[in-house]
Ligand binder design. Sequence first.
Ligand SMILES: [Zn+2]
Length: 129
Amino acid sequence: MITDRNEIIRTNCHHFYHKDCLSSYVENKKLELEEKYNDAKKNGFSVEKDFRQDIEDPVCRQILSTTILEQLPPTNRTEHIDTKLHRELIQTLSPNIRQWQQQTQALFQQQKDKGGIIDLDRTQEIIFR
Ligand SMILES: [Zn+2]
């Protein structure tokens, strides 16, 4: 249900989410990365780059920009949101957005199969056609 209280946000990789949903996801992802980071340090791995702010988009795995992260409402929820639940949240978006996301996901799979990375221009071309 899309209401004023649960606004939609468009990510830097052109995906749409409820702000609240994405916020919960990011929160959980941050905890996960924090854990990984501390683990790596603890086990004596050299960590070349602090990856704790590298939150991936749940659909296309691109890193969400800080501009996006800053727009998310604060959340007190700490329970784990698994991928399946998150997919279900995405399903509640309108059919247009859902179709949009499926197209992008299909494209991503294609690119992945070819061993390439996502070509943003091409993605947009398909999305806005
Ligand atoms: Zn994305």
